[in-house]
Design a protein around this ligand. Structure first.
Ligand code: FAD
Ligand code: NAD
Length: 404
């Protein structure tokens, strides 16, 4: 191959780490590396719940892409419209690209399951823009409260649909933020409700029972109402409808945040790749089954766990690990060398419950709670900054308020 064009679509965990690894592995004369992303920044999606709750400014949860990539990478700020793997082209909003090797890393979007009113009336924690909109929506309703003579029912009811990890991390942050907002806007805490609505019998279904109990107690102690066994059925401009024990119930609210599931970026399915549940079920070497020159990484890739015969969950942890293998395999591909297989090495899961509480199951199912888990969560976040941009990025964006 004569100085091949390597094109990477998406600058999330998978795309950024693939780019950073490739820029180290390949000399400027070996390949043209192009990274495409719709914004000039990489948002840290694992911290978006903090942006959404207003507990962490969005500039602390995003990184300017040019601060991390080197001059041997061409960065294009544009939106991917479609991929044409048969023609080896990608259509962007403002131009057309051709590639020799493609890495698809376009991430996740909200899964709405066809629930009526969801797209029109609910908010979602998907990117920086959607998260700061939630922050503004919450604050706007506090600001409105004393500015209307006839109080709108449910103005200070904040509903979160889905109590998986995203929903739980968000209500944990919100439970910390509400007392601050009450003080700022002279509102009694008794006027405010945070309601978590979960379809399964417990929050974080499938996670360790003791950790679920700890999380439930921690959140309820801070005023969060947790309703389990309740499937959200409709989102209206002024409230939600959910079904519990065969009965429909309604809660008034102007703010419903949907955190009940994600799916792969729909561009993947629309571009004609062979898909399974909307994702590309990649080969061991992370290539698409039907195209030798297309790699897929992050939430667009479906990686089967051969032990459980179920797909691995879509996580940043796996996206970062897979990106290292993808970068090595892209290099091997253009040099006609053998590629490596990828097997996730799960290090555990740590979920925050607000800035001063967390839970985790790490290294051989060791359970951690409270401040130890909070510290571990920050260590994980800081480790990523170090991997991505070394000590300079760690010092700029890292979370050092370890015992806060
Ligand atoms: P993404 O991070 O989704 O990045 C996709 C990139 O592509 C973005 O930069 C986006 O702007 C860009 N893009 C999308 N469409 C286009 C387009 N059409 N044109 C151009 N650019 C485009 N996982 C963990 O392992 N640990 C955690 O603690 C954790 N916490 C989480 C907390 C929250 C609140 C959420 C929502 C998720 C969390 N996850 C966590 C899951 C994790 O964030 C995802 O698995 C991970 O972000 C997937 O990485 P990715 O590279 O596939 O895509
Ligand atoms: P999820 O699919 O893990 O959880 C969605 C939750 O919504 C489930 O509990 C489900 O039962 C519930 N649900 C679905 N439909 C519903 C309905 N109609 N009404 C009520 N409840 C409904 O999604 P997520 O929490 O967004 O997580 C996405 C991925 O990101 C997962 O792989 C997760 O592990 C990862 N993540 C990890 C962390 C962490 O490690 N700290 C944090 C956030 C997300």
């Amino acid at each position: 191959m004569n100085k091949p064009n390597i094109v990477i679509l998406g600058a999330g965990y998978g795309g950024m780490m693939t780019t950073v690894n490739l820029q180290k592995k390949l000399g400027a004369n070996q390949a043209n590396i192009t990274l495409v992303n719709e914004n000039n920044y990489h948002y840290i999606s694992t911290s978006l719940h903090e942006t959404a709750a207003g507990t962490l400014h969005h500039d602390r949860t995003r990184v300017t892409i040019k601060d991390v990539i080197k001059s041997n990478v061409n960065f294009i700020e544009d939106t991917v419209v479609s991929i044409h793997p048969d023609k080896k082209t990608v259509t962007l909003k403002n131009q057309e690209l051709t590639y020799d090797v493609l890495v698809v890393a376009l991430g996740f979007e909200m899964a709405t399951f066809g629930i009526p009113g969801l797209e029109e009336n609910a908010f979602a924690i998907t990117d920086t823009d959607s998260s700061r909109l939630i922050r503004e929506q919450i604050e706007y309703n506090f600001a409105m409260y004393h500015n209307e003579k006839e109080k709108t029912e449910g103005r200070l009811n904040f509903i979160v649909g889905g109590a998986g990890f995203t929903g739980i991390e968000f209500v944990g942050e919100l439970a910390n933020r509400i007392p601050e907002l009450c003080k700022e806007y002279d509102v009694s805490p008794s006027e405010v409700r945070i309601v978590s609505v979960e379809g399964a019998p417990t929050v974080m279904p499938g996670f360790d029972e003791a950790l679920i109990e700890y999380a439930t107690n921690s959140l309820e102690a801070r005023g969060v109402e947790i309703i389990t066994g309740a499937m959200l059925k409709e989102v209206k401009p002024d409230g939600i409808v959910f079904e519990r024990d065969g009965e429909l119930e309604e809660i008034k609210s102007l703010t419903t945040v949907w955190a009940a599931g994600v799916k792969a970026n729909s561009i993947v399915e629309q571009s004609g790749f062979e898909t399974n549940r909307g994702k590309v079920q990649v080969r061991e070497d992370m290539r698409a089954p039907d195209y030798d020159d297309v790699f897929v990484v992050g939430d667009c890739a479906l990686i089967m766990n051969n032990e459980t015969e179920r797909p691995y969950p879509p996580t940043a942890q796996i996206a970062v690990q897979a990106a290292e293998v993808v970068a090595a395999n892209v290099k091997a591909h253009i040099e006609n060398n053998a590629m490596h297989g990828f097997e996730p090495n799960l290090m555990g899961t740590v979920a925050s419950l607000g800035h001063n509480d967390a839970i985790g199951s790490i290294l051989n199912d060791r359970k951690i709670f409270g401040w130890k888990a909070t510290v571990m969560k920050k260590v994980i976040d800081n480790r990523y900054y170090f991997k991505l941009g070394g000590i300079p990025l760690l010092l700029k964006k890292g979370k050092f308020n370890i015992f806060y």
